[in-house]
Design a protein. Structure first.
Length: 260
């Protein structure tokens, strides 16, 4: 579904059939698994052949695979929150516990961070011709956040949202550039693919992660480790993302003091 959003974002013409199909799927994802290709075509005022072309362009998949994607997404959303682990009603105590958990994890991250490691990263960013920030879903928002911060400091930085554009960016980089990858797990399929491309190009990698045993961490030039604490009953990283952002802000702070 994140890829569908990126697909729409990358288009400048939202009247195109492919964008109409993508928007329909996002609005009606719960209906897709039970629909035929003819029903989806009719709902989008297009033809079955156009639906087939959309599937191929979107992710080189069949309509049947598209339905499976939708079914998987629905199942994921149904288990976004493990209700049995929560109380029936939201209350102030629950909110207070969240902030307690967040404070604990931030304290762990604070103790994990070493000033000399941050300074080393800052110098690598400064010496690079370009710094490219990478991340997917929630981590992409943090990568984009970092891009904006460093552009404001006068450093050429990129952070693409689309997976294909991220791979293209990795393939276009030189050894004078620097890749900063933000990923709590460091093990998602796309991150593994991205790391392989960067390693084949000889691009130095800085990993900001909660898993120092991950594929990402094992292939990074330098690893900035955050707390591995997370809320087990939630899939959205409402603790992890704050810790990852705190590292980005620490690097930004150090860079702005040393080089501005």
């Amino acid at each position: 579904m994140a890829k569908l959003l990126n697909f729409i974002e990358s288009s400048t013409d939202h009247t195109k059939s492919e964008i109409i199909i993508a928007e329909y799927i996002l609005r009606n994802v719960d209906k897709i698994p039970s629909m035929t290709i003819y029903e989806l075509a009719e709902a989008c005022h297009t033809s079955p052949a156009t639906i087939t072309r959309f599937c191929r362009r979107f992710d080189n998949i069949t309509f049947k695979e598209l339905k499976e994607y939708a079914r998987t997404f629905i199942e994921f959303n149904d288990s976004e929150v493990e209700i049995e682990k929560l109380e029936e009603k939201f209350n102030v105590e629950q909110l207070s516990r969240y902030f307690d958990e967040l404070q604990t994890s931030l304290e762990e991250t604070k103790h994990l961070l070493q000033s000399n490691e941050i300074i080393k990263v800052v110098h690598q960013i400064h010496q690079s011709v370009k710094v490219s920030f990478f991340g997917v879903t929630f981590s992409h928002l943090l990568a984009r956040n970092a891009q904006f911060k460093f552009i404001r400091l006068g450093k050429y930085a990129t952070a693409y949202s689309n997976h294909e554009n991220q791979i293209t960016e990795a393939e276009s980089m030189t050894t004078k550039d620097l890749a900063v990858i933000v990923s709590f797990s460091g093990e998602t399929r796309f991150i593994v693919r991205l790391v392989k491309v960067l390693k084949n190009k000889g691009i130095p990698i800085i990993a900001i992660t909660g898993n120092e045993q991950s594929y990402l961490a094992q292939h990074a030039k330098q690893v900035i480790k955050i707390s591995d604490h997370k809320l087990e009953h939630l899939k959205s990283p409402i603790v992890e993302e704050i810790n990852l952002l705190s590292v980005i802000n620490s690097i930004y702070l150090a860079y702005s003091i040393i080089f501005k």
